[in-house]
Design a protein around this ligand. Structure first.
Ligand code: ADP
Ligand code: MG
Length: 381
């Protein structure tokens, strides 16, 4: 998966390679790298175009590249610019900190809806019923729930004609090119390996760098032999599948997954700031200031809410699994014990007892009593 940060990085590095073009024109290595950063030609996307399900939610909401290209497309069509602008304002209201500015942003949104025309040329996406309700809204709660409704109406509008036009536009061609690009297989040769960041039950986690872009990640290497011995294969697969589904700034995200002869490798967001256990017990006086407790708790709660919205139960909340990045934001990591709820059935197994259907039915010794490969955390600087 190429995230938007990765995309910016890729663009920056392409520019860098471009800049060096004249001085190093002969370098074969450089030419090879430059080629590897180029998007595949449109003709190589036809197969994917036929195969890919054109689902609005997945293409234009869930996937960062699709979301951005869809918004770029909307900006080029005058009739859709209003919808795009409204969604942007809703988003900045949603992300705004509590306070008077947030209140006035909300008021502004409701006023926009309330002043939409309903007779003559009715508004293209706000229903007359919504407009009337917005005119009568008095409380903050009313306003907030009306804005949610308004957002849903805009999304319903966009899923129809605008989405069909997007699929026929060069923006969707570009999306397919990115998809084909990200589907290229990677191997350990794609990365430069750096220092060990920590040790897990099935192997080390190392810092790695994508050779062609310079972007840094953490690579969790799961030793195949150890996995086999401990019946952990299904579990590793489940961890990968769950990581593939999550998309939250509060959970480590999976960038690549591949296997070498000896390891299964999960390449994830690099969290350079150490884990919470290290910060609680090993930095200065034991403990954390209340303001930090509130901050981390809020971020962890957002991460857990995201998992719950996907029907995933985390089951491994502890300070060593909450990792900090360079900026001091935290993410939940280690989804090795997370489970997906199947058909709404409650989870009844203990954590050391994996669900039979999902994990092969063998006792998971890894974390239970007598565990021979305990997950340990090495403090990082
Ligand atoms: P396990 O599932 O075996 O417990 P973890 O996923 O918890 O393995 O990883 C083991 C250790 O590696 C962690 O405690 C942490 O110190 C380090 N680590 C894991 N993921 C990252 C990451 N994304 N960035 C930096 N360090 C990490
Ligand atoms: Mg762990």
């Amino acid at each position: 998966m190429v995230d938007m940060g990765g995309l910016d990085n890729l663009i920056a590095n392409t520019a860098y390679l471009q800049a060096r073009k004249s001085s190093d024109a002969d370098s074969k290595e450089l030419q090879r790298r430059r080629r590897s950063l180029m998007l595949p030609g449109p003709q190589s996307c036809e197969q994917l175009r036929q195969a890919l399900a054109t689902d609005f939610h997945s293409l234009c909401e869930q996937q960062p590249i699709g979301r951005r290209l869809f918004r770029d497309f909307l900006a080029t069509v005058p009739a859709y610019q209003e919808a795009r602008g409204f969604l942007e304002e809703v988003q900045s209201w949603e992300l705004a900190e509590e306070g008077p500015a947030k209140g006035s942003a909300l008021q502004g949104l409701v006023t926009t809806c309330a002043s939409a025309p309903v007779h003559g040329h009715p508004h293209p996406f706000f229903s007359p019923a919504l407009v009337t309700k917005c005119q009568a809204a008095t409380t903050e709660d009313d306003r907030a729930s009306l804005v949610k409704l308004a957002k849903a109406e805009v999304m319903a509008f966009l899923q129809d004609q605008p989405f069909r036009e997007f699929l026929a536009s060069p923006f969707y061609d570009k999306f397919l090119q990115w998809k084909v690009f990200e589907m290229q297989p990677v191997s350990d040769k794609y990365f430069e390996e750096f220092r060990v960041l920590g040790k897990g039950g099935f192997g080390e986690v190392c810092a790695v760098q994508v050779k062609n872009t310079g972007k840094m990640y953490a690579c969790k290497k799961l030793d195949k032999k150890r996995l086999k011995k401990k019946n952990g294969e299904k579990m590793a697969l489940l961890e990968k599948e769950i990581l593939e589904r999550v998309s939250s700034p509060f959970i480590v995200s999976l960038a690549y997954a591949f296997e070498s002869k000896s390891h299964l490798c999960l390449v994830m967001s690099l969290m350079n700031g150490g884990d919470l256990k290290f910060h609680i017990y090993s930095v200065g006086e034991p403990g954390l200031d209340m303001s930090r407790v509130v901050f981390y708790s809020a971020q962890m709660t957002c991460g857990v809410l995201h998992l719950h919205s996907l029907g995933i139960v985390y089951r491994d909340m502890k300070p060593e699994n909450v990792l900090l990045d360079d900026l001091g934001n935290c993410r939940l990591s280690d989804l090795g014990l997370a489970v997906q709820i199947q058909d709404g059935k409650p989870i009844t197994q203990r954590v050391s007892e994996p669900p039979l259907a999902q994990r092969g039915g063998t006792e998971l010794e890894r974390r239970g009593e007598g565990c021979s490969f305990p997950g340990q955390t090495e403090p990082r600087t």
